[in-house]
Design a protein around this ligand. Structure first.
Ligand SMILES: [Zn+2]
Length: 144
């Protein structure tokens, strides 16, 4: 017999299934597919102005190691930003914002931190309910 402990009994399992079903119905709460222990962020760091720990691209998030809950929320916010701008729109706007930031600060890392998409993600990733708190196109309120 296998003893799974109190959080794995049938009641908790059923509650988790209900929670997951609710999440699936609300597009605002969708999360990407997380890929941990990936080499992609290492390679990306060679061309990026910052040391990349994790990055979000379309339906996937690649991470160098194990992802903390905060990193998952941060990347899930980027996933939502991409979803609401049909991916391509977000990639173009993200790039334009970074270029404007770079022209303004002449510093790649600062241009990254001042990017409105990053400002929104860093502001919300502390909250467990970050996705629920995030406003549709909320990144537009931040200044580069
Ligand atoms: Zn970010």
């Amino acid at each position: 017999m296998v003893v799974l402990g109190p959080r794995f009994d049938s009641v908790h399992l059923h509650q988790n299934i209900i929670k997951e079903k609710k999440k699936m119905k609300n597009i605002k709460l969708w999360e990407p597919i997380y890929i941990e222990n990936s080499k992609l962020p290492v390679w990306l760091s060679k061309i990026a102005p910052i040391e990349v720990w994790a990055f979000s691209f379309a339906f996937w998030v690649c991470c160098r190691g194990e992802m903390s809950a905060r990193t998952r929320r941060h990347e899930a916010i980027h996933y939502q930003q991409q979803l609401e701008m049909l991916f391509l729109g977000q990639w173009i706007c993200y790039g334009i914002c970074w270029l404007i930031g770079y022209a303004k600060y002449r510093d790649g890392a600062k241009a990254y931190r001042q990017n409105p998409f990053e400002q929104q993600a860093y502001e919300l990733d502390d909250y467990e309910d970050a996705l629920a708190r995030r406003k549709f196109w909320g990144w537009t309120k931040y200044k580069i």
